[in-house]
Design a protein around this ligand. Structure first.
Ligand SMILES: [Mn+2]
Length: 282
């Protein structure tokens, strides 16, 4: 299993761990956020909720800044990071709104891509579990961690380029323990990195990208889980139209920095929140 457990998982380290929402190439906002007195304390640690790159003005700068934090930072993969890996692997074409060419054209592009494909899809420590998008209602958290490990193994293996090609597509939309091969990979990747809304019986929908809609039969994935059965707080990003959402058991931190709003950091120990507005993306 590769989904990482933190060897330094003590209650005290939760007090200095900041979770940071979707950076998406907003290197300047991230630099300003990390320079704030609370976040720049020597014992501060950072968890990045994925989508480190793309759509924003400086994907290369954001990636280098996060890499420069070394062991102080842990990052998971989001759908935009996977898209960059798929383009680097030659199995997807970049789209018109993609802004990660700077990474692909960097002199050390291979090393940057190798670093990125070794990131996990889940971090679980301090009573918190972080994924980029969500956890399927059909999964237990332990099961989700094992399934994330399957994708991490594929991404780190010698055939990672071929594996990337298998990860794209919207079907199947529901989990089945019997799923194998590309179908199995797609459900896992789509749930962990793309999901927002589900049908009441737990099938993923990929068309509703706005905020939760009371008139729709679709439900936010996290309302279809029993928080008491989970027993851990789930932290995620990816859903800028949901925005900052903090309740007892779920925390969404995508506050749309790349859409001219703000980058959010939340301290796990006391849930203290700090925001940095993005001046370049207005
Ligand atoms: Mn995303």
């Amino acid at each position: 299993m590769n989904a990482t457990s933190d060897p330094m998982d003590t209650p005290s380290s939760a007090g200095s761990t900041w979770v940071i929402g979707d950076v998406q190439g907003c290197a300047q906002a991230l630099r300003a956020l990390l320079a704030l007195p609370e976040l720049s304390a020597p014992d501060a640690r950072y968890w990045f909720a994925g989508d480190l790159v793309n759509r924003g003005p400086d994907s290369l700068g954001a990636l280098r800044l996060i890499m420069s934090l070394g062991d102080r930072a842990r990052s998971i993969l989001g759908n935009h990071d996977l898209h960059l890996l798929a383009v680097a692997a030659g199995v997807r074409r970049p789209g018109k709104s993609d802004t990660f060419h700077d990474i692909l054209e960097a002199p050390d592009a291979d090393a940057l891509i190798d670093w990125l494909r070794h990131r996990p899809l889940m971090i679980r420590a301090h009573g918190h579990l972080m994924v980029h998008a969500g956890i399927l209602p059909a999964w237990t958290l332990d099961q989700a961690q094992r399934l994330a490990g399957e994708i991490e193994t594929a991404l780190r293996g010698p055939d990672w380029r071929a594996a990337m090609a298998d990860m794209y597509g919207e079907e199947p939309r529901q989990w089945d323990d019997a799923l194998q091969g590309p179908d199995r990979m797609r459900v896992i990747v789509n749930a962990l990195t793309r999901m927002r809304m589900c049908t009441p019986d737990g099938a993923m929908d990929f068309h509703h990208k706005g905020p939760p809609d009371q008139d729709s039969e679709l439900r936010p994935w996290f309302t279809l889980r029993d928080p008491r059965a989970d027993g851990e707080t789930i932290v995620f990003g990816h859903w800028s139209t949901l925005g900052l959402h903090i309740d007892e058991h779920r925390i969404c931190l995508d506050t749309g920095c790349v859409w001219g709003r703000a980058l959010t950091a939340l301290r796990l120990g006391d849930r203290h929140c700090v925001q940095q507005s993005c001046t370049l993306c207005r």
